[in-house]
Write a protein that binds this ligand. Structure first.
Ligand code: FAD
Length: 196
């Protein structure tokens, strides 16, 4: 209905010659903005922070593209339409100024923050909130005196595993997350069987 989580040829076709909005500032957002700018009349890249977080080469390409407008310190406040998205309202978090943009498509290229605040404090996390596993938690109090070492996906609480994006140090990709999910199940089965 006008909100997309991927920018492929299909979505590209749907918004040819239109103004489209990409929210985010990482590599996914940069790649989506570059790709969409080939067919769209204009791409607005909405960045919550002061600057973009993507690789330098990509950032330079995005900045050099005439029909990409980068809006830093900007957040989407409102999205409206009937059956499909028609317009959005953007707000500058610096000035409070609001701007309405008519658009059929918002590409949501955000989501790199782990939501781990609710976990028990005994489950150790790194400075960014990703869950630590394996050798990095071997010194955790709950592992002291345990006859096993933590498995590669096991957290600072023996028997609790973390897999995929939420795990500290994981490769943030689908194939890696699926593989880690499978490995975590194997680890759990080993724990339940009492093996090391
Ligand atoms: C914009 C974007 C583009 C991407 N493009 C690609 C790409 O092209 N190729 C690629 O390989 N990877 C891509 N990725 C990365 C890929 O999406 C992730 O690596 C992958 O989805 C990780 O899978 P996961 O199962 O670890 O986590 P997720 O897919 O994030 O799944 C975690 C699930 O847990 C749920 N959850 C969270 N907290 C709780 C709770 N307390 N209780 C219950 N459920 C909860 C969430 O709602 C979510 O459904 C992209 C990511 C983003 C954000």
């Amino acid at each position: 209905m006008g909100v997309y989580y991927a920018a492929t040829a299909l979505e590209g076709q749907l918004c040819r010659n239109e103004t489209v909005v990409v929210a985010g500032s990482g590599n996914s957002a940069g790649q989506a903005a570059m790709f969409l700018s080939d067919g769209a009349a204009k791409v607005l890249l909405v960045v919550r922070g002061n600057n973009m977080k993507m690789s330098d080469y990509l950032s330079h390409r995005v900045q050099a593209r005439d029909n990409i407008e980068i809006l830093c310190n900007t957040e989407i406040r409102k999205m409206s339409g009937e059956k499909k998205l028609k317009e959005i309202e953007l707000e500058s978090t610096k000035t409070g100024e609001r701007r309405v943009v008519r658009t059929p498509a918002v590409f949501s290229m955000i989501g790199a923050k782990p939501c781990t605040d609710w976990l028990l404090p005994e489950i150790e996390r790194d400075a960014k909130g990703f869950i630590k596993t394996g050798i990095s938690v071997a010194g955790a109090p709950a592992w002291q005196g345990n006859k096993h070492q933590p498995g590669p996906l096991e957290t600072s609480l023996p028997g609790i595993f973390a897999a995929g994006d939420v795990r500290s140090g994981s490769v943030k990709r689908c194939a890696a997350a699926v593989g880690e999910g499978g490995m975590a199940i194997a680890g759990i089965q080993m724990r339940l069987a009492g093996a090391s």
